[in-house]
Design a protein. Sequence first.
Length: 296
Amino acid sequence: MKIDIIDQEFLGTPRAIASFLVHAPDGYILVESGPATVQEVLESKVKALGVDPADVKHVLVSHIHLDHSGGAGYWAQRGATVYVHPKGARHLIDPERLLSSAKRIYQDQMDYLWGTTIPIPADQVVEMEEGVRKIAGLEVEALDTPGHAAHHLAFKIEDNIFTGDVAACSLPGSDFVSVPAPPPEFHLETWLQSLQKLRMQKARRFYLTHFGEVEEPENHLHQLEKRLQSCVEFVIANREKEPAELTKAYQSWDREQAGKMGVDDTLYQAYERANPAFMSTQGILRYLRKKEEAAQ
C-alpha cells in the first residue's frame, strides 16, 4: 500500500488542507475530498500521480464540514462511492440544511470559500458504522470519534490513522497544535474520550487533514490534550467580553502560543486559513452555555 499526500492549495495557501490518495490492491481510495473550490487542483494532482480520476472509485470523508466533504459530489459524478458517518449521510444526499447552517457562519464568503456543493445520489453514499469494512482490497476500520463533530470518523488502514479533525491541526514547519472547536457540536469531554480511543490503536502514523504526516502520534495526542484544556480555560476566563473582542483576544493569545513554538507570521496565516480563531470562540462559548443549561 502507498499513500500520497496531496496539497489542495486551498485559496492559494500551501499545506492548509490535504487529501490522501491510497493505492490499494484493487484500486484507489481518496481520503477527504476537500471543498468544491479545490477540485480542479485536486484532479490535476491526482493525474500528476499517474492516476485517472475516473479510476478513484472510493472516497472517505471524515465528517461533513465543507472543507472535508464539499467536493465529494464531484467524485460521485465520476462514479465514486462516498463513505461517511451515519449521522452525516443525509446531508451529503441533500446538503441544503448543511449549506444553510454554514451560510450563517460564513455569510457572503460562502461561494469564495466553498464553491458549489453537489448532492450525491443516495445509492452512492455508504454509511460507515464503527468497525472494519473491506474497500478496494484493504481493511478499513472506521473509528467513531466525536468531539469536534458528532458525525466524525477517523479511518485506520494498517497502522495508519487518517484523523480528519479529531487530532486537530498541526502544519508542517512546527509542532504547534491548533484546536478546531467550531459550533455547534464541539464537546470537550467527548473529544478527550475520542483521543483516548486513538491512543489505544497504537498507530505508527497519523495523517492530518490539516496537515500531513505525524510520525509521533503519542506526543501529538499529549500536546493536543493540553491545548484543548487551555483553549477552553482561556474562553472561560474571557467570556464576559463582547464576541468580537473575545475573538480578537483569543487570536492574540493563540498567536502568542504559536510563536513560542516557532510559528512565524506566514505560517500562522496558514493556521488561520485552516482553522479560523472566530470559529473556536463561537464553538467553545456554545459548549459552555449548553453545559450550564444541562446542569440546571
